[in-house]
Ligand binder design. Sequence first.
Ligand code: ATP
Ligand code: MG
Length: 389
Amino acid sequence: MESTYKKAILIHFGELWLRGDNRRIYIDLTKRNIMMQLGLRPKQINFQYDKLLIPIEKGMDMQKLLDKLQYVIGISNYAISYSTKADLKSIEKLAESILREIKKGKSKAQPIRIESSRAYKGHKFTSKQIVDKLVKLVIKMGLEPDIEAKDSRMFVKVYKDIAFISFGRANGVLGLPVGSSGKAVVMLSGGIDSPVASWYAMRRGAAPIYVHLHGYQTNELAERSKIPKILSVLSRYYPRYKVYYVPAHIFQLALSKMDNKYEPILLKALMFRISERIAREEGAGAIITGESLGQVASQTMANIAASQQSVELPILRPLIGLDKQEIIAVARKIGTYDLSIMEYKDVCSINATNTVTNSSREKIGKLLSEMKIDRIVERSLKASKVVSV
Ligand code: ATP
Ligand code: MG
């Protein structure tokens, strides 16, 4: 490849056209997150022509950057690109050297799809003329043009003074840059659902603060469990987070005096209240759970209503309409599934099989005040450990 062409990674934003006056905030946050996740300095990433460009300099490991980009939230797609002057001859010359490179790299010639669009319409040539010219070039070089080819697309974008040719486009994770929706407290269990809920919430711009209620003797044991492993998988999508390890033994002691058919509902109520307290301290605007409607006894409409009483912050449930099979598919895709199905010491050892499915707010409210829930929240939080990553 001639060194006169500037090689770069070209990044397209997701949903930017919906952002109106706030566009700049989303652009800056996406840029900040890319820098953080790829380990780049501000000067190594530019905003141009409504895209972000990472010029590839000597000594940069492009493949490594591309691998990390697949985890940055807020990106619709990204590709390797070269730029040249905005005239037919220059475009053709650049295309030729890219095609030569592609041909060299492949043992079997792959069909190539050519596409073009002009952001500036004042040029004497049309997009169709570019495509026609490049299709001829592809044939001349012994490669096969194919408008159906999915994996090897060569795309020419022409501006007034510059043209970009990109290829090898990959899909990004989509969504809004993490942080753009503020902070949210994520109730994280060792199960399959809540890591997926966290991922969805991050994808809508929420920066996570995790709360995990654990059944271990000490917080240190919880810190050595699979929970931080799950968090480390999730942190590929956003590396900064806080986690509260809250021991459950104070609650469990109080619970031992209660009728165990209400146990999961009372436990959920406790978790909501602890989460809300943490949210207030951390300035988080919502609580996220992995609940889905009717999945288990504690997730009937009546029990959801009873357990969330007196919590004022919005409780968001990204999985509410998903089937377990769909949740599992996402868990596999994001990489949390194998950890989630590993055996884990859950909070409730006596898994109440006789849980009532239609508890009332009054009944649960009465039981919570009998248990002196506010004191349990205070004491549990005092006994918790916070880890910042
Ligand atoms: P999951 O697979 O996420 O554990 P689940 O199907 O087991 O969910 P529940 O046990 O009713 O369902 O939990 C519902 C939600 O409550 C979880 O998705 C999670 O958000 C929260 N939760 C459950 N256990 C804990 C825990 N130990 N600490 C913090 N939050 C929890
Ligand atoms: Mg669970």
